[in-house]
Design a protein around this ligand. Structure first.
Ligand code: MLT
Length: 321
């Protein structure tokens, strides 16, 4: 049997080459597609490889009667309807390790840029000004970094922050304490992290529990002048509440790589505030990470379609309850 694999997103060429070289796989890699063309093309597909730009929702899944496997080149599967996939017997897999370092490095870059006003200084000089006073910053050394979610990315950030002589604390209700001890980061309650952190960085998934976790109430429990970094998911923050706290000065600054809807609307309350830095969901966008996650995703699809081997499964089996 020949399996058709559709790659309707910009996924590294190495992954396409690996798929092409696999006997029994036929690959179609048109890159980003219009929705109607995608729904048409997916009808033939047994395997689908996507990044965050493709919504594998219930409509797409209904349009793909042959589909057996979806592989996400990256971590987040919030663009996949996991329930619909399970209902149709489709396995969803991700490649969680490949972009850890890129995401940690980007987060760290945001934290430094935020503490030293680097983008604002650049912009000011580019506009012909020489304003040293307005952009005086703070050191990271001696400050407390609170990490919400001490998984792979959180741990990589902790190691970098420790090298910068920061005090690192974290909240993670799912992490075994032995792992936190091994990386020398105390696990505290959310409230204790909020009260103590000078910098707060989010690395949690969006769940019913974490959606909007940064809101007026939780911000009021934080240190005055806290700086918040979010390179995880936009929905963790109630944007209007954070905007109000940035305007009042309760929060000194925020650096954001992610937004509840991407791209964010022009009237997004956080965009354009003078103490907010933005990047357009770039944390995992490095040459290095994109090769690793793409190759891993290709291998996951090959292993599943040709050998029935499933790894990094993100959705429950159809008949599990
Ligand atoms: C991920 O979930 O892997 C990152 O947010 C990067 C991406 O969405 O491409």
């Amino acid at each position: 049997m020949t399996f058709h694999v559709l790659v309707p997103d910009s996924v590294h060429q190495k992954a396409i080459d690996i798929l092409k070289a696999s006997a029994g796989i036929v690959v179609s890699a048109p890159g980003r597609m219009e929705r109607a063309a995608l729904l048409n093309a997916v009808a033939e597909a047994h395997g689908l490889i996507i990044r965050s730009g493709v919504s594998a929702d219930a409509e797409l899944i209904r349009a793909a009667p042959q589909l057996k496997a979806i592989a996400r080149a990256g971590v987040g599967v919030d663009n996949v309807d996991l329930e619909a996939a399970s209902k149709h017997g489709i396995i969803v897999m991700n490649s969680p390790g490949g972009n850890t370092i890129s995401t940690a490095e980007h987060t760290f870059g945001l934290m430094i840029a935020l503490s030293r006003h680097i983008p604002q200084g650049h912009q000011s000089l580019a506009q012909g000004r020489w304003d040293r006073k307005a952009f005086s910053g703070v050191e990271l050394k001696g400050k407390t970094l609170g990490i919400i979610g001490l998984g792979r990315i959180g741990q990589a950030i902790a190691a970098r922050a420790q090298a910068f002589e920061m005090t690192v604390i974290a909240h993670d209700p799912y992490l075994p304490s032995a792992i936190a001890e091994a990386v020398n980061v105390p696990l505290l309650s959310l409230e204790s992290v909020y009260v103590r952190a000078d910098f707060l960085t989010l690395h949690a998934m969006v769940t019913d529990e974490t959606r909007g976790m940064i809101n007026a109430d939780t911000i009021s429990a934080m240190k005055d002048g806290v700086r918040i970094i979010n390179a995880a998911r936009g929905a963790l923050i109630r944007s209007a509440d954070l905007a109000a706290a940035l305007t009042s000065g309760k929060v000194a600054g925020a650096a954001l790589d992610v937004y509840e809807t991407e791209p964010p609307p022009a009237d997004h309350p956080l965009i354009g505030l003078p103490n907010v830095l933005h990047t357009p969901h770039l944390a995992a966008s490095t040459a290095d990470a994109q090769v690793t996650v793409a190759v891993e995703a290709a291998q996951l699809v090959i292993d599943f379609l040709l050998h029935g081997k499933a790894e990094n499964v993100c959705n429950p089996a159809e008949n599990s309850s």
